[in-house]
Design a protein around this ligand. Structure first.
Ligand code: CMC
Length: 434
């Protein structure tokens, strides 16, 4: 990656009577950054930023978010335009390669992805080791990490062809693995990929077709699936992506690093929020119970949060939530489920929360997970699969970011420091003398 940061000035910092100059850099858009990488060498001090609320960890040219304005750009293209005019496979090409493909490049990319959709038959046997009631995210974490055993060559970080093949393999096999996670918990036979289908159609077929009868793919649902994948494809240096970068910074196998990302995504504050949001809407039950629920969320002594609301970066409406809400209406209309009980609860919750001082003052708006659970449930996915679908979609983001990191000459092994408040040095006392 060619580094493009520009020097924009100098920040002065006075520490213990000494003034040091810290370089300030600007990117293409977004806030400038203060480079503190030499701070310890210059002053003997570290910075402290739990949760990294003010810390940039890398230079990146993939995704830009303006949280105040509610803007999300992939390689400069707004997410709304991409969702309207493009498709998930083209977005994958864009994220991986930095430009939209020509027709021949697009066709070649599709062919390559389709060529790698099958799993090694030994990998299918992995699943037999799991209990049938295992959470699909537990199986996904294991299966993705296990891929490193089948493709040990992909560790060749220096070999661009090997790395490209590793990225394609992950993107191609993730739907097959994800669908197997679902089929396994349902006790149904695995369905192999069929390359006559598009990426999203193939995934739906692997999840929902059974040998006993013909499965017809509803084009509205296939489009909704594709849009769901697009909306979750990348989101700059979020928790799971940072986890993937950190894990890979040690030189770990890329598939193992992505498995670490899957594990991180599982948490309810990150990818697990779509599952948690739907469960919460189900528990609320009807619109009549919303005022009491909102009262509980606002109660300072309770730790209940409105799931699917709020975001570390967006202090405005999450642009992905807007597209998701529209898609939700399309799906429910296509399935003749316009009276879906959770949709009613969601819309009323959103209306009330957006007028309530608590949410307004804290700038809490619906995020991508608020409506996605309703769509996925209506499509027939079990709740425990929701985060698996997020992981499937985010795989392209993880590998794009991982490749960018490996190509960045300024990147080092990720190793934060701390402020230590434990015991100072003391002498060991033998157990008989304590
Ligand atoms: N409901 C009620 N209060 C909230 C919520 C919420 N969903 N989110 C934040 N707050 C309050 C929080 O209690 C705190 O209040 P106070 O200042 O009085 O202590 C204030 O807002 C700031 O919260 P924070 O936890 O310091 O903010 P954060 O940036 O660390 O958290 C978040 C971001 C996404 C973890 C949080 O908003 C949250 O827990 N939301 C619910 C879970 C969720 O929907 N997650 C999906 C995120 S989008 C998908 C993804 O990218 O993974």
């Amino acid at each position: 990656m060619e580094n493009r940061v520009k020097k924009a000035g100098v920040a002065k910092l006075e520490v213990a009577g000494k003034v040091v100059d810290l370089p300030v850099y600007s990117g293409t858009v977004g806030p400038n950054v203060i480079d503190v990488s030499k701070l310890y060498a210059q002053t003997g001090h570290f910075t402290l930023d739990p949760g990294f609320t003010s810390t940039g960890s890398c230079e990146s040219q993939i995704t830009f978010i303006d949280g105040e304005q509610g803007v999300l750009l992939h390689r400069g293209y707004p997410i709304e335009q991409l969702c309207d005019k493009s498709n998930f496979m083209e977005l994958c090409y864009l994220l991986l390669n930095g430009k939209l493909p020509q027709k021949t490049e697009y066709d070649a990319f599709l062919k390559e992805v389709k060529h790698h959709t099958l799993l090694h038959t030994q990998q299918d046997r992995f699943f037999d080791g799991f209990r049938r009631d295992s959470h699909p995210m537990a199986m996904l974490t294991g299966a993705v990490g296990g891929m490193a055993a089948f493709y040990p060559g992909a560790v060749g970080n220096e070999d661009p062809a090997e790395r490209k093949l590793g990225s394609i393999r992950l993107i191609a096999k993730m739907p097959t693995i994800a669908a197997r996670c679902m089929k396994y918990t349902m006790g149904q036979k695995f369905v192999d990929p069929l390359n006559k289908f598009s990426y999203s159609e193939n995934f739906l077929n692997m999840c929902f077709s059974v040998s006993a009868e013909e499965y017809e793919i509803n084009p509205v649902l296939a489009r909704a699936m594709d849009r769901f994948f697009m909306l979750h494809a990348d989101h700059e240096q979020n928790e799971s992506t940072s986890t993937v970068r950190l894990a890979a910074s040690s030189g770990a196998h890329p598939f193992a690093a992505v498995a670490a990302g899957v594990a991180c995504l599982w948490g309810p504050s990150h990818g697990g929020a779509n599952e948690a949001a739907l469960r919460q809407m189900r528990a609320i039950g009807s619109v009549d119970n919303i005022p009491e629920f909102v009262r509980q969320v606002k109660d300072p002594s309770s730790d209940i949060r409105l799931m699917g609301f709020g975001h570390r970066v967006y202090k405005n409406y999450d642009p992905r939530a807007t597209v998701m809400q529209k898609t939700c209406h399309e799906v429910l209309e296509a399935l003749d489920m316009k009276d879906h009980p959770q949709l009613k609860v969601a819309m009323e919750l959103e209306r009330i929360a957006l007028q309530d001082e608590y949410f307004v003052n804290k700038k809490l708006y619906p995020n991508v997970d608020f409506y996605s659970g309703i769509i996925l449930e209506a499509m027939g996915f079990p709740t425990t699969m929701f985060t698996v679908l997020f992981a499937l979609a985010r795989t392209v983001g993880w590998v794009s970011q991982l490749n960018e990191m490996l190509d960045d000459p300024t990147q080092k092994i990720g190793r934060p420091r701390q402020i230590y408040t434990g015991e100072a040095q003391r002498d060991y006392v033998p157990i008989s003398a304590r």
